[in-house]
Ligand binder design. Sequence first.
Ligand SMILES: NC(=O)c1ccc[n+]([C@@H]2O[C@H](COP(=O)([O-])OP(=O)(O)OC[C@H]3O[C@@H](n4cnc5c(N)ncnc54)[C@H](OP(=O)(O)O)[C@@H]3O)[C@@H](O)[C@H]2O)c1
Length: 220
Amino acid sequence: MVFTGKVLIVGGTQGIGKAVAEALGQDAVVWSRRLGVDAADPDSLARAMQRDFGTAPPWGLVHSIGDFVEQPLLTTSAKDFKHLVESNLGSLLHTLQQVVPAMVRARRGRVVLFAAAGVERQRAMTRAPVYFAIKAAVVQMARSLAAEVAGSNVTVNVISPGLIAHEHSHLVSQQRLLPRVPVMRLGNVADVVRCVLWLLAEDAGYVTGDNFTIDGGMQI
Ligand SMILES: NC(=O)c1ccc[n+]([C@@H]2O[C@H](COP(=O)([O-])OP(=O)(O)OC[C@H]3O[C@@H](n4cnc5c(N)ncnc54)[C@H](OP(=O)(O)O)[C@@H]3O)[C@@H](O)[C@H]2O)c1
């Protein structure tokens, strides 16, 4: 795996993002609220971008933010709806607008985003309909961006995890769904990290606009 610069992990202090940062070691730059960077605030992102990258953009961007609320559609509160949009979609748009133009100017870059397994299937997602609808929008947004920047050697791909257990994941709900996982185990962060690292690599430049499901076969 070869990079020609740093990889910025927005949301890299826990869960999947943290595991990616650990795998990258010295090549990782991590942003999150507990480190003073709020991706819901474009000004906060702009300050961090200036501080950490100046005019030279990162080689890679991993956006690993996206809160989950398990609630039926008709009882999802306006507050939860607003939060889900801001966490999953707002923080993503603000981050992309802050980082990707510099990649385009540099004519190189790799972007890896997170949706959720099943969002592209034509079926109901009754466990968390608002969350999954918003994640479907993430995939759509990623594909559009991939087309927008493809001529600049910047790739944009999505990973759609299934039930990935870690110390802050929704373990009760994940355990409840375990019988539906054909490989008969919950995923772990390492299952996802390998795919992220591959998509970040320089020689993955012919892979763009795609959505990779990592769910132990749940969508079969
Ligand atoms: N784990 C799963 O099973 C699963 C399944 C399907 C999809 N996904 C998706 O995969 C991605 C990663 O999941 P995860 O479980 O690793 O997430 P997670 O445990 O919730 O971690 C989210 C990270 O984002 C940071 N963050 C949250 N809001 C932020 C903000 N406004 N600005 C900056 N940083 C922020 C958090 O740190 P701070 O609190 O310090 O900001 C934390 O480091 C998410 O998009 C999630 O929806 C996960």
